[in-house]
Structure formats: structure tokens, C-alpha cells
Design a protein around this ligand. Structure first.
Ligand code: CUA
Length: 317
């Protein structure tokens, strides 16, 4: 980070980049400030009293100390009550704001599954592991999970919400600057949890409109290059290495043309059709010794993107 980028917004926390961030940060710093004051007071008095009232030679005078003081008791009850209610009010204000999305919000459906994020826009555009939104406009996320608990967390926007299978959860934010950042899954969901990331891209409204018009498409690239970019953006690398390392799924190093033994017997030679089938219907032919955990990419990748992925895998040696 360049020194010029350091400002009060990012003193401890990531750069505050949404309209709701100020309220969250205020509540955080208020709780923090109160905690520091309480700690200094308690620890300071503990040390002071330990020194001042330590056991000394001579007659024991401790018994003569006051054992009740109504004023003191009222003070140490009333002051914390007021402070805690103040903190509650601060948190409540931010919470109410976060709980109700503005009417004009852009609604994006979010589907979480092990270990990828997919986003569906009102016009039907779908993306995987990439959430693109316009700046200065509220975005409402309607979120659901296909399998287990996940949690959607964008530190810069100060938003975090669990995603629970069998129900919808929602949240909203309004980005305040053009930027790129990361969505983190922040609920442990399995061995690929730490790799369950998506990119957030905030664009000017006109750039966003153009992005939506082109269906979130990438600029023209040679197929293998496009495939490399998809391999990374779709999160394939969370479970498939390209260097021969065994992770969750078979390594894809030199996969093309390989003979694979299948779970339940039989063999397959990896060709274009097997790769295509395995991306769209991953449970059909599982390589022996691997768990059947790959999600389907049906509806998430277009045919041209499948071609590109296959071109890339052919070249992965
Ligand atoms: Cu999904 Cu952790």
C-alpha cells in the first residue's frame, strides 16, 4: 500500500467502500474505545490497589475499611447500563439501515455451493465467481445454498450474511467507488472452503450497462487463453491442480488422452467428450478413488466457454 492510500477509512479496517460502512465502523470504534477505557480503568486500579493495600508489617487495619457504599454501587451499575444501551443504539441504527434494502435496488441472485459462487442478474445473465455491480446504486443480494452453510463476506463493504440451505437470506450494499475486491466464504463448508472466493468488480453505471449487454462476456481471446482465465475464475483450481498435486479432484496435468479407472469399475480415455460430460454431469463417471463432490456447471458455462476450457485442458501438460 502506498502511503498516500492510508487514510482514516483504512486505519485498521479495509477501505470503507459502501454507504453502510460508516455506521459499522462507528459502532466498531465505539465498542473498541469503551473496551480500552474499561481495560485501563480495571487493570490500572488492580495494580494500584495491589501496591497501595499490600500486606504490611504491623496491626491489620483492613477490617476497618468500608464494606458498603450505596453511591458507589449505584454509580457502577448506572454508568455501564448507559454505556451498553448507547452501544446498542449505535448498532441498532446501522442494523435497521442494513435490514431494509432501498426500493430501487438492483437485485442479484446468489447461489452458493461447494466451492463456488454463481450470480444471476435480472436479465438472465449468469456469472460464476464474479459479481459485477454499478457504483452508486444499491445492490440487493438474494442468496441461497445448494448444499451446506456458507457465508457471504465483503470486508470493504462491511457486509456479511450467512447462506442457509432451504431458505433465502438477503442483504444489500451500495458501493461508493469503482474498485475490485473479493468475496470470501466465511463459514467453514468443507476442505475447499478457503478457496471459495469470488471477485467483486464495481463499474461506472455506463460500463456496467455495457458489461450486462455483452452478457458479462470476456473480450475475444484465443480459446486456450480464455480457457485459462475461466479455469481460474470458475474456481476449478480449488479442487484440481495443474502440477500433478492431488487435492480434492484428480490433477489435470496431462489429463488429455489419459486412461482413467472409474469408480464402480470400467475405464475411460479422457477426450473432448469425457471432459465436456464431466463439466456438465460430474457425477456420471467419477475417477476411482475420488469423492463425488464436483458441482455441475450446467447452465453456468456456455458452449463457447466449454470449448475454451477443453482447449486449455488439452494444452495442460
Ligand atoms: Cu463456502 Cu466456506
Amino acid at each position: 500500500m502506498k502511503p498516500s492510500q492510508i487514510d482514516i477509512d483504512s486505519f485498521w479496517l479495509p477501505h470503507a467502500s459502501s454507504t453502510g460502512a460508516a455506521a459499522v465502523d462507528l459502532a466498531f470504534y465505539a465498542v473498541y474505545g469503551v473496551s480500552v477505557v474499561a481495560f485501563v480503568l480495571v487493570a490500572g486500579l488492580a495494580v494500584l490497589f495491589a501496591v497501595r493495600y499490600r500486606r504490611r508489617a504491623g496491626p491489620d487495619t483492613a477490617r476497618e475499611a468500608t464494606d458498603h457504599h450505596t453511591g458507589l454501587e449505584i454509580t457502577w451499575t448506572a454508568v455501564p447500563v448507559v454505556v451498553v444501551l448507547g452501544l446498542f443504539a449505535l448498532g441498532l441504527l446501522g442494523f435497521i439501515d442494513q435490514a431494509v434494502p432501498p426500493g430501487e435496488a438492483l437485485e442479484v441472485q446468489v447461489t452458493a455451493e461447494r466451492y463456488l459462487w454463481s450470480f444471476t442478474y435480472p436479465d438472465g445473465t449468469r456469472t460464476v465467481n464474479e459479481l459485477t455491480v454499478p457504483v452508486g446504486r444499491p445492490v440487493r443480494l438474494l442468496m441461497s445454498s445448494k448444499d451446506v452453510l456458507h457465508s457471504f463476506f465483503v470486508p470493504e463493504f462491511r457486509v456479511k450474511q450467512d447462506i442457509v440451505p432451504g431458505r433465502y437470506t438477503g442483504m444489500w450494499f451500495e458501493p461508493t467507488r469503482v474498485m475490485e475486491t473479493t468475496v470470501l466464504c466465511t463459514e467453514y463448508c468443507g476442505v475447499g472452503h478457503s478457496g471459495m472466493l469470488a471477485k467483486v468488480v464495481v463499474l461506472e453505471q455506463k460500463d456496467f450497462d455495457r458489461w450486462l449487454e455483452t452478457g458479462g462476456g470476456k473480450p475475444d481471446l484465443p480459446p486456450a487463453e480464455l480457457g485459462r482465465s475461466l479455469f481460474s475464475s470458475l474456481g476449478c483450481a480449488t479442487c484440481h491442480s495443474l502440477d500433478g498435486t492431488r487435492i480434492q479432484g484428480p490433477s489435470l496435468k496431462g489429463v488429455f488422452g489419459r486412461q482413467e479407472a472409474l469408480e464402480g469399475g470400467g475405464q475411460v480415455t479422457v477426450d473432448e467428450n469425457y471432459l465436456r460430460e464431466s463439466i456438465l454431469y460430474p457425477q456420471k463417471k467419477i475417477v476411482a478413488g475420488y469423492p463425488p463432490v464436483m458441482p455441475t456447471f450446467q447452465g453456468l458455462v456456455k458452449d463457447s466457454q466449454l470449448d475454451a476450457l477443453i482447449a486449455f485442458l488439452k494444452a495442460a501438460r
